[in-house]
Write a protein that binds this ligand. Structure first.
Ligand code: SF4
Length: 279
């Protein structure tokens, strides 16, 4: 049994929040570059160059790459042979978020949902837990902007709607979103489960590195097909036209009930900020 002090979790979460909002990972920046080289539209090329410069400027100046530093979302895997001493993991993560968003001068964007009173430290975080074997704790963080979150949709399709219905819903959601989610976007799709499980796996899909596919060959091909179709919509970077509407379409599935076919399309913007650490 390994013992981890909750203060360590708090400290690494603090650092992840600051690092995540400032330093865009290479998988996203490299995808901007690859798509810029494939673009024929000059405006689209320019915008992708601006996004590449913006990421570099944020690194150089140690400043957030977007003013919207998002709601903090975590996927945490906990080894069943780990003992956490001190605070609960949830308390430690929230303390880390509070310190990270305060010390890093990151915008505090979290409010109570009805009276809209700001919690002043960007807590609480949204945290998803999974128990695993072993004695590690794996923490993945994303700063989720709401320009893109607001464009996400859920639909309870009928089983008879089938694959065609799923494809149509994904395309229509991206089309309806247009320029609002700050394209080029990443499209996370959850298929199956219940309402809550479907939304959770669509979010998990956004945590992948750009270019990483589902391990199931059929789903991988579906991801590639949908990326081509999404990019054929011509929305382009910042909605000003071009071939780069999305950098990736990531799909996760889960078995569902015989009577249903839930689908969630969760959209992320070009500020696709995610960090991972293993303790
Ligand atoms: S949606 Fe993303 S890029 Fe747009 S303002 Fe929010 S965080 Fe920034």
């Amino acid at each position: 049994m390994k013992t981890i002090n909750s203060k360590l979790i708090e400290d690494v979460v603090r650092d992840m929040c600051i690092d995540g909002c400032i330093n865009l990972n290479d998988d996203v920046v490299n995808s901007f570059k690859k798509n810029r080289d494939n673009e024929e539209n000059e405006v689209a090329k320019n915008i992708l160059n601006i996004l590449i410069d913006n990421a570099q400027i944020a690194k150089n100046l140690n400043k957030p790459l977007c003013q919207d530093t998002g709601m903090a979302v975590f996927f945490v895997k906990i080894g069943q042979d780990v003992h956490v001493k001190g605070d609960t993991i949830t308390e430690a993560i929230n303390k880390g978020v509070s310190r990270g968003y305060t010390d890093g001068y990151l915008r505090k964007s979290v409010v109570s949902p009805i009276d809209r009173i700001n919690t002043k430290d960007n807590t609480p975080a949204v945290i998803h837990y999974e128990m695993i074997k072993g004695d590690n704790i794996e923490i993945e963080y994303a700063a989720k902007g709401f320009g893109s979150e607001n464009m996400s949709k859920m639909k309870m399709l009928k089983p008879s709607d089938g694959l065609d219905g799923i494809k149509e819903f994904i395309l229509q959601t991206v089309k309806d979103a247009g320029p609002n989610p700050c394209p080029p976007i990443i499209v996370g799709v959850g298929i199956g489960g219940t309402v809550d499980k479907c939304a959770q796996i669509s979010k998990k899909a956004l945590f992948r590195e750009v270019g990483e596919h589902n391990h199931d060959e059929f789903i991988k091909e579906l991801e590639e097909e949908m990326l081509t179709k999404v990019n054929e919509l011509g929305i382009g970077p910042q909605g000003l036209g071009g071939k780069t509407t999305a950098l990736a379409v990531n799909i996760e599935t889960f078995p569902t009930h015989i009577a249903g076919l839930p689908v969630v399309v969760n959209i992320n913007c070009h500020s696709s900020r995610h960090k991972k650490i293993i303790l």
